[in-house]
Structure formats: C-alpha cells, structure tokens
Design a protein. Structure first.
Length: 370
C-alpha cells in the first residue's frame, strides 16, 4: 500500500475544485429539469479516513488512485420517489460505473429497516470532459449518494451513535433502532401520499374554478388558481399595477398566495364565488385606495414588478377598512405588530376614498359550507 501525504494534498486540492464544479453542475441540471431537491453538497475524504480505508483493504487497494470515493457528492431529495428521478438525470448526464455502484435500498430484507440510499460511482462523460472548464477533471471518479431527507436524518444519527459497528449496542437497543427506522420509512411514504393528494386537489381546483367557484373554499391552491384563471382577480392586479406605475411579475408566488388566503378568511371571505363578487364590486375602490396608498410612498420609487395577486392585497385593505373591531384585531397580527399605525393609516385612506366614491353597496353573502 502506497500513501504519501504530499500526493494526498495535491489530489485533494484538485478534488476540492472538482467538487465545487460538480456541485454547481448538478444543481443546474436538476433546476433545468424542474426537480426540486433539498440540497447538493460535496466533500473530499480526509487523510485519516483514506489511510484507514487503504490499511483495512490492502489486497483491494494499492494506493489512493484506486479509491473511487475520495470525492463524494450527496444529493438530498424531499421525497423517496425523487431519488429515482434524480438518478435518471445522473445516468443521462454522467458516465456511471455500474460495476461499483450499489442501490442499498435493495439490500434490506422485507422484515428489516435501516439505511436506505442509492450510491453511484461516476465520472464525466468524454463529451463534457472536453469542455475547457472540465478538461482537468477527466477520468476522475467520484461517488454520488442520493437519498431522501428522512433517510439522510437516519443515516446521520446512525453514524453519530456508531450503530453501524457490529455489536456496538445491545439487542434491545438494536430493536429500538429498527423500530425508529421503520417509523421514518412510514413517514416518507405518508409524505409521498400527501404530495400526491395535493397534486390531485390542485387538478380538481383547476377544473372547477371557472364553472363552480362557489364549491371551492379559500386556500392557497384556490387563490393561485384564481390569480391565474379568473378575470376579476386579474383586473384587480392590473388596476393596482397601473396605480403603482409598475408591471406585474410573470409567475405566482405560492407562499404569498397562502398568506393572502389566510387574511381573506380572517376578513370573512369563505369561498371563491364570494371573493369574485367582492373583486368585481369593489374594483373602483381598490384602484383608488391603491393610488392614494402608493401616492408619495417610497415604494413607488421601486422598479421591480408587483407580484401577481397584489390586487388581493389591496382588496384586503378595503375589506379591513369596513370590518368591525373584532375582525380588525384578528387580521394579520404580525403586520400590526411591525407597523402599529397600520390600522389608522388604512382608516384614513379609506375615508379619502369614500369621500370621492361614496360607500360601496352591500354584497349578499354566499351560502356557508356545511
């Protein structure tokens, strides 16, 4: 076995640079395919670990050039099903050493629970290695680990406790480890089911919103669909964008839509049909309110586009201005905490609007959901 600290230092320096390039490459490849993941990280095996591995397998390794895991890339997905999706991208974009790769998910017996991960040994394809930015990394092998975030949590805890060593813990503790591993596996499956259910629900919302909006309660999915499909909501966005002298963003921010849904519910809007009624009837009030609110405001100096759904934000202000004290106190407590005078400013602006347009007509309530 040959091991030189000098050789290791030179090789590790090159691998550290290669790891950073691979990290960026993999992130871009997954982003291009719209695959959402938790993280991509890399590490170069330290000298002590290298020496220990070489010493424990003298017949297999003659030196550090024989090791295929000096550089390791770890891809953490949110869901177990995404492990295979990511794996397909890696197979397509990299040269996989199938002989030395292993799917540890298939090693456990049906009655066993534990570490689940997909391990590839890979290198750059010749076509990519010819590119100037990768030419110095040609034929360098590295290891890729792909696993879900819960599988990762299990592996990290297992490693920290030294559980992998044979006889490391008593049998009763081994049983507890297996039970916990089984729970994590069940949790992974349940998260998959929840994601599938949400996808199915969003499809239902898209099919229902134009024909039967009264059947849809206000939530994140229905707000996103309303912003993208309902003319009344889009017109609110347009009048606010005009008031602020800015264009609208191309995409809908789902997180902000969730916040909008919560505030609309706090203000008494129960379903999409009711939201559409208020949006149509109060459009002139929203337009004038936004104009006055933004007039002389430093926000008017900005050039970035308004987010889609901004009309609902100002609709909330208009509804808030007409709400009773109980409803007002319920509305957006965090915003009230950050801006103690927000309710006063809303009330003052609303009085200016009413002075010009008069009070809006009452809108009939829709049926409550059973």
């Amino acid at each position: 076995m040959k091991f030189s600290n000098k050789d290791y230092a030179e090789k590790s320096k090159t691998l550290a640079k290669f790891g950073l390039s691979l990290n960026n490459l993999i992130e871009e490849l997954l982003l291009r395919d719209n695959i959402q993941i938790h993280s991509v990280t890399h590490r170069v095996k330290d000298a002590k670990s290298v020496l220990r591995k070489l010493s424990s397998n003298p017949d297999k390794y003659s030196g550090i050039t024989d090791l295929t895991d000096l550089l390791g890339i770890r891809i953490i997905t949110y869901f177990p099903q995404d492990v295979d999706i990511v794996a397909e991208v890696m197979k397509r974009e990299l040269k996989i050493d199938t002989k030395n790769s292993i799917d540890k998910r298939k090693l456990l017996e049906p009655n066993q629970f534990g570490y689940l991960s997909l391990h590839f040994v890979a290198e750059l394809k010749p076509s990519r290695a010819q590119l100037a930015e990768y030419s110095r990394f040609t034929k360098i092998k590295f290891e890729i680990q792909i696993r879900s975030i819960l599988q990762h949590a299990w592996a990290e805890i297992e490693h920290d406790l030294g559980y992998k060593a044979e006889g490391a813990v008593p049998n009763d503790m081994k049983r507890n480890f297996s039970r916990l591993a089984g729970l994590l596996e069940l949790a992974d499956e349940e998260f998959e089911r929840i994601r599938a259910g949400l996808t199915k629900y969003e499809e239902h919302v898209d099919e229902t919103i134009l024909e039967s909006p009264e059947k849809l309660m206000i939530d994140q999915s229905t707000i996103v669909a309303a912003i993208t499909k309902e003319k009344a909501i889009q017109e609110l966005d347009e009048v606010v964008a005009m008031a602020g002298g800015r264009r609208l963003a191309d995409n809908v921010d789902a997180q902000m839509s969730a916040s909008e849904a919560r505030e609309l519910r706090n203000l008494g809007i129960k379903d999409v049909e009711q939201l559409l009624q208020y949006s149509r009837n109060l459009k002139p009030y929203v337009k004038l309110f936004a104009t006055k609110w933004l007039s002389g405001n430093r926000a008017n100096e900005r050039t970035e586009p308004f987010r889609r759904g901004i009309g609902l934000f100002y609709l909330c202000y208009v509804l808030l201005a007409q709400a009773d004290e109980s409803t007002s106190s319920r509305w957006n407590k965090q915003l009230q905490k950050n801006y103690p005078d927000i309710l006063t400013r809303v009330s003052t602006t609303w009085k200016e609007v009413v002075n010009e347009l008069g009070l809006p007509k009452k809108i009939a309530k829709t049926k409550e959901f059973s």
